[in-house]
Design a protein around this ligand. Structure first.
Ligand SMILES: Cc1cc2nc3c(=O)[nH]c(=O)nc-3n(C[C@H](O)[C@H](O)[C@H](O)COP(=O)(O)OP(=O)(O)OC[C@H]3O[C@@H](n4cnc5c(N)ncnc54)[C@H](O)[C@@H]3O)c2cc1C
Length: 303
């Protein structure tokens, strides 16, 4: 029996919403719309099945990649030889207990923001315009307008490489600018967030204002993965790229946005190689002209 047969037999006759597909184009599951096929794509709806994937990974030495909404990912053009896992079902739970949100990592940030606002809870207004999942936001410590997701976190639940669920404190998660220490675990499964009670209408207005500002200053129509580079200390990556005259610079189907220099757009069937060549060109140019190193914020999968 192969790992694929074993995985297929696991999902047969199960009465849940998990979905398994073989030879699935990963380009369908990320905001760049780029990437080769994954040998298997598994939408996992229960903790038990997620723990089973850990066992499969260990026994067959098959690579496993957890993907959220794919809004911060550049996926290789090559075939991914393992299992791409996305969390659905019980990972989409979202409950409020006074000012705390108990949230599964499959929940989208826009859903979290809107639901918190409807409960009159402040803290996640900045996240309406971030098209990721709570899992991706925890891993990346996503943020905007001076707020970062990690600041809200009281506890984080993760699954280890042994398939065990463990509970971490805010400090254990080691949040810093667009980074956390959570990547060392197999998967992040849930969190408890501390929000602040407020007036529902005021929270909703602030959320909407921040969203409106974002969609008028950043490209939203074309396929992209958000900011390509982290802001180097004391600099704005977008401003540096703009000052180097790189807005509109193109490699193959990939182009530096003319609206915001820190966004790379897939304008015309760009390949991952086009995007990476453009990234290297920008990094070399900015280093040469301004002496600053640009570090990628977008995460690579399958390279
Ligand atoms: C138009 C646009 C605007 C954006 N604006 C912002 C912004 O203002 N601020 C900002 O910070 N970001 C922004 N982003 C980037 C992105 O939305 C965030 O980084 C988001 O948090 C990523 O979440 P995701 O679910 O899409 O993660 P993915 O892109 O799917 O994954 C990102 C990384 O997290 C890992 N991962 C995801 N879920 C889990 C999990 N449950 N367990 C373990 N690992 C996991 C993946 O393996 C990968 O390494 C923007 C993106 C776009 C396309």
């Amino acid at each position: 029996m192969s790992w694929k047969e074993e995985l297929a037999s696991l999902t047969q006759n199960r009465n849940n919403s998990s979905k398994l597909r073989f030879d699935e184009p990963l380009s369908k599951h990320n905001y760049f719309g780029i990437g080769g096929d994954a040998a298997a794509y598994f939408e996992v709806s229960t903790t038990g099945e997620l723990a089973y994937v850990v066992q499969l990974k260990k026994r067959w030495k098959v690579p496993v990649a957890i993907i959220g909404r794919g809004s911060n990912l550049l996926v290789s053009d090559a075939r991914y030889p393992g299992i791409a896992v996305r969390l659905i079902g019980e990972f989409n739970r979202l409950e409020f207990d006074q000012n705390r949100a108990h949230v599964g990592t499959g929940v989208s940030l826009p859903r979290l923001s809107k639901t918190a606002a409807s409960h009159g809870l402040s803290g996640v207004e900045f996240a309406l315009g971030i098209p990721g999942s709570v899992g991706g936001a925890l891993i990346m410590n996503a943020g905007a307008w001076g707020s970062s997701f990690g600041d809200l976190v009281e506890r984080v639940q993760v699954m280890t490489d042994e398939g065990e669920l463990i509970d971490l404190s805010h400090d254990d998660a080691q949040f810093s600018y667009r980074h956390s220490g959570l990547k060392t675990y197999f998967c992040v499964t849930g969190a408890i967030l501390n929000l602040t009670p407020g007036d529902a209408e005021e929270v909703a207005n602030l959320m909407q204002n921040l969203y409106n500002q974002k969609i008028t200053s950043q490209p939203f129509a074309e396929e992209n993965a958000g900011c390509m580079f982290k802001n180097p200390p004391g600099h704005s990556a977008g401003k540096l790229i703009d000052e180097c005259g790189l807005k509109g610079y193109r490699v193959g189907g990939a182009e530096v946005s003319k609206i915001h220099g820190n966004f790379i757009l897939n304008l015309d069937n760009a390949t991952a190689q086009d995007v990476l060549t453009l990234v290297r060109h920008i990094q070399d140019h900015v280093k040469r002209e301004r002496g600053v190193d640009l570090e990628m914020e977008v995460q690579l999968l399958g390279f």
